[in-house]
Structures are given as structure tokens and as C-alpha cells.
Write a protein that binds this ligand. Sequence first.
Ligand code: HEM
Length: 355
Amino acid sequence: MGEENGPLRLNRRALLAAAVIAGAGTAGVGGFLFAENAIGPARLTARRIVDGLQAANGFVPGYRRNHAKGVAVAGRFESNGAGTELSTAAVFRPGSYLVHGRFSLAGGKPFAPDVLDARRGLGLRVTLPAGEEWRLALLNIPVFTDASAQDFHDRTAAYAPDPATGKPDPERVRAYLAAHPKTAAALEVIKRNPPTASFATSTFHGLNAFECVDAHGTRTPVRWRLEPETTGATGASGDDQLFTGLVRDLRREPLRWRLIAVVGNRGTDPTHDPTIPWPAERRGIDTGTLVLTAVASESAANVRDVNFDPLVLPNGIAASDDHVLQARSAAYAESYRRRAGETATRQPLRVEGLA
Ligand code: HEM
């Protein structure tokens, strides 16, 4: 067993996870910097990132500052044991592990009409033995748009809707992309992978790299990919078409995705920059199947009060050198702190067929 598995480490992780869940403004060891200190010349903090999201996209009290529109799902992860080749994480031992999750659309508005090319999100919390958890938040795009937290913050401002038109100002967007070639290149990759018609048929990507740690302490860089087994989906129309379709699809049959660990080549495949794709021929280890069986409106009883912080990790999976992870962890905690302290002025999203 490597240093990852010592009891001290376990306790510390559990404490950190509890602090993040409580919205205490911490975010794991590295993320603390983002939460409390200045980052770079512009003094970027989690507060400023979330202020920027609120200013650009608006918000509704009690709801998430990004990916505000969403519903809760539940099911299990059926692990086939293949992931033990890379990692000691309990989730890769053969077995079935409880999953709570949330499908979402990016943006600050929990009741905005669905847009097919809005980023689709999937948050997952996998419950493991001995009090461990694995939290993930994935998107239906193959690379991320931003190489750093600063770029995320600046792009959010550059793409803020112009009050006169309700759309981003094309001149401002052009200037932003000209100054940020990594984002421009990532958007080209994204364009070549257009969204499907439903959540059920979407491929979800973890985007940021992680490190799998095996029993000898050997680390392997990975990126996660969820590949849908569902090919045909029911489809729906109207303002909530994606969510209505999800409810119909789930009522027909459980929805399934294979969890693929894409194995990076140390030295040639960048782990620190989520805008850069890894070569398509990289080996993917099929570690098992995510099976979602239930869907419900968000509530205190399910995932309303869960923070899908990507740094809540089980022993055997560690953060990579990608600083976007720490920024995410700190920003999610800040968004959580704000929403948990507010009284919601509107009932959660309810779509046809959903209690
Ligand atoms: C610097 C980069 C990023 C920032 C600042 C950021 C910020 C945020 C914030 C503030 C939230 C709301 C959290 C809450 O209230 O619980 C959120 C949600 C989310 N983000 Fe990010 N994000 C970033 C990058 C990413 C990336 C790379 C992914 C995918 C790999 C991602 C996927 C998601 C998903 C799926 C949700 C919704 C989770 C849920 O249902 O609670 N984000 N993000």
C-alpha cells in the first residue's frame, strides 16, 4: 500500500470532505489557496469567480451559481474489477456501489428553457465502504474550454449576454478568442463533437486528469469517460425537453454508461491542461457500468445539498497537477456556501412525470 492508504490520510480526507460539504470555504490542501488567498496578479479568489458567474449569468436564491438547472438521479456502479490494475480504490473492486447524481445544464438559471448545445453536466457521488466517497462532475464535451481558473473567469465575462440583445457581443467574443488560442482550439474540437438529442445518449467526460495509485504507490495519469450504452432515446419537446426526455427514458428502462479510465502517457499527454485532448488511440480500461434507475426533483432528501467537488476522492485516486481542479473545488464550496445560506424563493424544477 502506498502513502495514500494510511489511516491518518483517511481521517484527514474525511475531515476535509466534511468541511467542503459544510461549505466552510476550504477546498482540500491545494484549493485552500484559491479560497483564501490571491491568485496571480489579478488576485483571483473563489469569491471573485462566483461573483463573476453571478454577474454574467444571474442567479436565483437557493440555487447553484452554475449548472443551476438540474434533477436528481440514483442508481449504482457495477464494478467489474478491471480498474484494480491501476488503482487500489475500493470503487474498482468487483461489486455494486450506491450512486447519487444530478443531471444539469450549465448557466445560472434553474428555470431557463433547455438549449441543446448548452453544456450538459453529470454530478456523481459514489458511496464506498469504510466511509469513503468518490465525487465526480463531468461534462458532455471532449475537452474543457479553459486552461486555467483565470481563463474561466475572463471567458465568463467575455461571453456575458449583452443586455441589448440577450446574446454575447460578437466583437467581444472575437477579441477574447484571438487572445486565448487554447480556448479557440478547444472550441474547434468541441464543434466536431456535436451534442446528442438526450442526456441518455450523451458521452460525459471528466476532462481534468487524475492520478490512479496502485498497491506499490505507482501513479498512472487518467481521464474519465462515461460512454452511453443507450442508443435510442425517447425524445421530448418543449422548454424542458432534455429533462422531460430523461424522465421518460428512465421510466422505460435503467440508463447505462461504461466508465472508461483513459490511460495517459506520462511525459507526452498533458495532465495540467484540460483544453488539450490526449491522442484518440490511448488505451481505455472499461472499469464497469453506471446504472441509473431513479429520477426525482431536487430536494433536501437527495442531491440539492451535495457539493460535487471533484477533489472528494477515495484512497487510490489523487488529484493531478491540473490547478483547475483546486479552483473548481474552491468555487463549488463558495457557491455551496452562498446557496445553503439562502431561502429559495421558488420550488425546484418539476417536469412532466416527476414528483
Ligand atoms: C475553473 C473551472 C470551473 C469553475 C470555476 C466551475 C464552477 C462551477 C460552479 C461554481 C458550480 C456550482 C457548484 C455548486 O453550487 O454546487 C459548478 C457546477 C458544475 N460544474 Fe463546474 N466549474 C469549472 C470547471 C468545470 C469542469 C472542468 C467540469 C467538468 C469536468 C465542470 C462540471 C460541472 C458540473 C457537472 C457541475 C454541476 C454539479 C452539480 O450538479 O452540482 N466544471 N461549476
